[in-house]
Design a protein around this ligand. Structure first.
Ligand SMILES: C[S@@+](CC[C@H](N)C(=O)[O-])C[C@H]1O[C@@H](n2cnc3c(N)ncnc32)[C@H](O)[C@@H]1O
Length: 218
């Protein structure tokens, strides 16, 4: 993207210092001519982009927008529209449920490890005593809501303590950890239109798995 657009400056925004530092280092190495101004911020609220008075395009890469519920995605797009008139946003497309299932239940267990890591973080950051091996990764496509749901299913009847509170689980009871919404091109354009953007441009891969939308404020 940076190679193609050759912007004068880039302001990566992330809530995580680690992610921000890693990105800034990588960008500096890869694009020595680019001015990079990292901004630590929460994209669910307006972010003060002092250096970005001339912000021309906001870029929301990957398919992170799918992790927001549609009403949150709408609020996010409406806020982004107030900051920049143009936006590039990555969106995972609706596709065959089998394919989605395979992606979120990958044979190498990458997604399972990612999901279970949440329990380790709760233990570390909230003083929890989860035993991750007593939970199992479970992901499925909820066609009615157009989203992948990720859960951690309790493999036994158990009680866990987190931040001084007790949580009891029946065997088979689950913690709903994440959603990843999928949108057809038309669905996403309708969502963007409600937020004051018109879907002017579109790039997809040959198999129609993923979309990059080019939006312009109406
Ligand atoms: C799934 S990663 C995507 C990384 C990258 N966009 C990509 O496509 O490879 C999500 C990133 O969003 C950041 N993030 C999550 N919630 C955030 C929030 N509310 N505000 C700002 N950044 C957030 C995380 O720290 C993480 O770096």
């Amino acid at each position: 993207m940076i190679r193609a657009l050759r912007p004068a400056a880039y302001l990566p925004v992330d809530i995580s210092d680690t992610a921000l530092e890693r990105t800034t280092r990588r960008l500096a190495r890869e694009f020595p001519w680019l001015d990079v101004f990292p901004v630590r911020g929460d994209f669910s609220r307006p972010i003060e982009l002092a250096k970005a008075r001339a912000a021309r395009v906001s870029y929301f890469p990957g398919s992170t927008i799918g992790n927001l519920a549609p009403e949150e995605a709408h609020a996010f797009l409406a806020m982004a529209r107030d900051q920049a008139g143009r936006m590039l946003v990555g969106v995972d497309l609706k596709k065959d449920a089998q394919l989605l299932h395979a992606a979120y239940n990958d044979a190498r267990g990458v997604t399972a490890a990612f999901n279970l890591n949440l329990l380790k973080r709760v233990n570390r950051e909230l003083g929890g005593d989860f035993q991750p091996r007593k939970f199992s990764h479970y992901a499925f496509y909820n066609a009615t809501l157009g989203r992948i749901e990720m859960h951690l299913v309790s493999l036994a009847r158990q009680t866990v303590r987190v931040a001084g509170h007790r949580f009891s689980f029946e065997r088979g009871e689950s913690i709903h950890t994440e959603n990843s919404y999928k949108y057809s091109v038309e669905e996403f354009r309708a969502l963007a239109a409600r937020a004051g953007y018109s879907g002017k441009r579109l790039w997809t891969d040959r198999r129609g798995l993923f979309a990059l939308h080019g939006l312009t404020a109406t």
